[in-house]
Design a protein around this ligand. Sequence first.
Ligand SMILES: [Mn+2]
Length: 352
Amino acid sequence: MGVTSFPHHVCLSVSIEDMSSVGEARRTACAMAKEQGLDETQTGNVAIAVTEACSNIVQHATHGELLLRPWSGSCGEGIEFLALDKGPGMANVATCLRDGYSTGGSRGVGLGAIARLSYDLDVFSAPDKGTVLRMVIGQQSQVKQSDNALDWGVVCVAKSGEAVCGDAWNIRPYQDINTVLVLDGLGHGLPAYEASIEAMRHFVALGEIKPAETLAFLDKNMRITRGAVAAIATIDLRDNKLCFAGVGNITASLLSASTRIAGLVSHNGTLGHSAPTFREHSHPWPSQGVLILHSDGLKSSWDLSSYPGLSQKKPSVIAGVLYRDFANRRDDAVVMVGKAHQSPICWGEINP
Ligand SMILES: [Mn+2]
């Protein structure tokens, strides 16, 4: 992997501490924009939005983190940014988003500018808990997404100091059935990365087979690797059914809005080494269903109901909040959130 190559499933993390780290964030974002083929105008928009978002962190929260990754989805292609902080938060996000709002150098003007440059923007902010700002900048497209396709939000970040991430994920939409794979290659660093990449390679080549069969297939084909733990869920919204199979410690929870209604059961083992049981479990997909899957890079003590309004946000924002508040920072981390599709949030809708 060259230094200018950005794998699409992994977020780069830039720690935001001072104005020099704001510059680093901007340079990293512009390099990614260039590699993604964004034109000069869009690259300029990336520079402005990242500078605004990160300067706000320094000014109001003193420190935080910017996550960025190449992004493609139903509404276009570009770069997805998550700006995370645990600062004072905003009492009223809508007021802060309104252009021209200012209380003497507050974050108002900056947020308005960011909103106009993004085509899918979402914010979760709570007083004294901080802010998660999510924006996508790039090319809009008009591809019509199936009504049965879930939206997925993901944060996948390598352990600090590691060049590669041993946690990984993949989504496979197939004839209205949503299939998601979450992987944690044992340990971290290159051998963990190689194990999860090998599993992904086999997963994407597979036809549509059931979660337990898929895990058994991956197990058989991962003997040469260090091994991985993994979970697979298929969600069919036509009959509101979720089917789940897991091996090892991937935490999987099914929620209705912010209420956890089921912990999804994984069986002990390691794919490639010792995985005697491949068994799947079915659950009805609830109204306002939210599926959350994460590796042991996150503590599982989270409770979405302690964040009023968060379950209504875009899945990337939910993933960002959980990563910000529950990543243990001693390991690679992946968190995936799936929920029913919502239209992109555009500036015109926030401020018609
Ligand atoms: Mn791990």
